[in-house]
Every structure is written in structure tokens, then in C-alpha cells.
Design a protein around this ligand. Structure first.
Ligand SMILES: Nc1ncnc2c1ncn2[C@@H]1O[C@H](COP(=O)(O)OP(=O)(O)O)[C@@H](O)[C@H]1O
Ligand SMILES: [Mg+2]
Length: 268
């Protein structure tokens, strides 16, 4: 089915503004043709490297479209490190910026999908094409959930319980999914008033990446700093690293804690 541009399409073009050029527009149409998303509604969020646009799903629900800006210059520099050194991208030649943006989008989708399948609380991935990633929209009505940084620790009813939820997810990411998020911070956790949602998976690397421990340590430090827990970040980092390299059975108990060698991380 070929879709011809209409009056209405050019309205969207204005609404969605600079994130949408013809390259991106074609990607959106592709996702519509594939039935991944329906009507595109307009921008609801803004990140450093992408714009978040709300779209409808065929079932009446919403999807968040993460649209990576096609040509930012700083892109190349800030992202090389995460792609080079990742065994999945060993044979990929980065020949031009558009290609890199597509690679980044595919990488984020792959990480998100892996985390989702492992039971990490992330928006459900729906699909991607070129520089557009479609995922579950986290929010109420058309309003996106705020980030933990926006909410602030002082406005969280039960900070300890929320910290535990984040720690469970952090450990699942590393020990069960075999990934390091790489940019974990209160800016990349959405909070719907009840539960935390880990977003922004473009920087994640698999275990075995040369900077695995550096990134893991930084992720732990940022989380512990936000929650102002009395735990020593180095200690938590070390436990995670040890638990990740154990060969025995790994389980997730009924409360969602990762259990390694019969123990939860906080019981060690
Ligand atoms: N699935 C989602 N549902 C609702 N809002 C989202 C979703 N993903 C991202 N956002 C919003 O968009 C912002 C930027 O997303 P993010 O993935 O962190 O982009 P960047 O890589 O540019 O930092 C988030 O802070 C949030 O406000
Ligand atoms: Mg972000």
C-alpha cells in the first residue's frame, strides 16, 4: 500500500517540526504501513539526541516514538565509544552519519528488547525503522510520566521501596540480561507514581565490553547518590560484578529480587 502525502500530512510536518524531514517522514510511513503505529499526534518529550513523539496504536492505546535527530555533529563523537568495542558491531563500517543514526536506533531497540524479555521494567518495544523507534508510552492519558529527576526524592512517598525497585532492575539488567545500561541516572528513569521505568537504552553494552566495569560502576554511583542510601557504592558495584560472574543458577524470586547462590544482593 502506497501512501500519498495529503494536506493532513503536511500539518503533521509542521506540528512535529524539526525532527521530521523527508527521511524521517518515510520511516514513519513505513511503521504505519507495517501496522506498528497509527496516527502520529505530536511531540511530548525532548531529549539530548532525540525527540519523543506520541502516536496512536491500532488497539486505541498510545506509542512513544523516539526520533533520533538525523544529523547532529556531536553525535559521532559521543557515540563512537559505545559502538566500537561492542562485539555486535565488530563488522559494521560506519561510513556516514545517517548510517550511524540508524545503527544507534537499532542498537537501542536491541537493548530494549533484550531488557524487556528479561523482565526489566522498560517500555515494551514495538518496532523500529531507520531513525525511529516505537515503544510503549509511559504516562497518563497523553501526558508522559516525569523522570525521577523531575520528581525529586523529596516527593517520593516511600524512597526506600522505590530504591529497592530500581536496585532489582539494575541487577536484572546486569546479571540476567547481561547488559550494562551505561547511562543510568534519575534522568533516564520515568516514575509513574508507583513504579520506575528504565528508558534510554542506546548506550547499553553487553558484558565483555572493554568499559563494562567503568559503566557499571558509574550507573551504581548515580543511583545510590540520588537515593542517598547509606550503602557504599563501591561495595554494591563489587557485589554486582561478582554475582554477574557466578556460574551457578540465577533466579528471580516472587518479589522480583535476583537470587544468586540462594541470596539476594542486600542479604550478602
Ligand atoms: N516510552 C516513553 N514514554 C513516555 N515518555 C518517554 C518515553 N521515552 C522517553 N520519554 C520522554 O522523552 C525524554 C527523552 O527520552 P530519552 O530516551 O531519555 O532520550 P535521550 O536519549 O535524548 O536522552 C524522557 O526524559 C521522557 O520525558
Ligand atoms: Mg535520556
Amino acid at each position: 500500500m502506497r501512501r500519498v502525502r495529503s494536506e493532513k500530512d503536511s500539518d503533521y510536518y509542521k506540528v512535529v517540526d524539526d525532527a521530521i524531514n523527508s527521511y524521517t517522514w518515510a520511516a514513519l510511513v513505513k511503521l504505519q504501513e507495517r501496522g506498528v503505529v497509527g496516527e502520529v499526534l505530536g511531540p511530548v518529550g525532548q531529549g539530548k539526541e532525540a525527540k519523543i513523539v506520541l502516536a496512536k496504536r491500532r488497539d486505541g492505546g498510545y506509542a512513544a516514538l523516539k526520533i533520533f535527530y538525523p544529523v547532529p555533529v556531536r553525535f559521532t563523537k559521543s557515540r563512537y565509544g559505545y559502538i566500537l568495542g561492542d562485539p555486535r558491531f565488530r563488522n559494521v563500517k560506519i561510513s556516514d552519519q545517517l548510517h550511524l543514526v540508524e545503527l544507534w536506533c537499532r542498537k537501542e531497540f536491541g537493548n530494549l528488547a533484550r531488557a524487556y524479555e528479561t523482565g526489566v521494567r522498560v517500555p515494551r518495544p514495538y518496532g523500529f525503522y531507520r531513525n525511529v523507534l516505537a515503544m510503549e508510552f509511559i504516562g497518563v492519558g497523553r501526558d508522559p510520566a516525569p523522570t525521577l529527576a523531575d520528581v525529586g526524592l523529596e516527593n517520593v512517598e516511600d524512597p526506600e521501596a522505590l530504591f529497592h525497585e530500581v536496585l532489582k532492575n539494575l541487577e536484572k539488567i546486569y546479571v540476567v540480561a547481561g547488559l550494562v545500561h551505561g547511562d543510568l541516572s534519575p534522568f533516564n528513569i520515568l516514575y509513574d507514581g508507583e513504579r520506575p521505568w528504565i528508558i534510554d537504552w542506546g548506550s547499553a553494552v553487553r558484558r565483555g565490553h572493554p568499559k563494562e566495569y567503568e559503566y557499571l560502576k558509574r550507573d551504581v554511583e548515580r543511583i545510590l547518590e540520588f537515593f542517598q542510601t547509606p550503602l557504599d557504592p563501591h561495595d554494591v558495584f563489587k557485589k554486582l560484578a561478582e554475582r554477574g560472574s557466578q556460574r551457578g543458577p540465577v533466579e528471580v524470586d516472587e518479589e522480583g529480587w535476583v537470587v544468586v547462590g540462594g541470596k539476594r544482593i542486600l542479604d550478602e
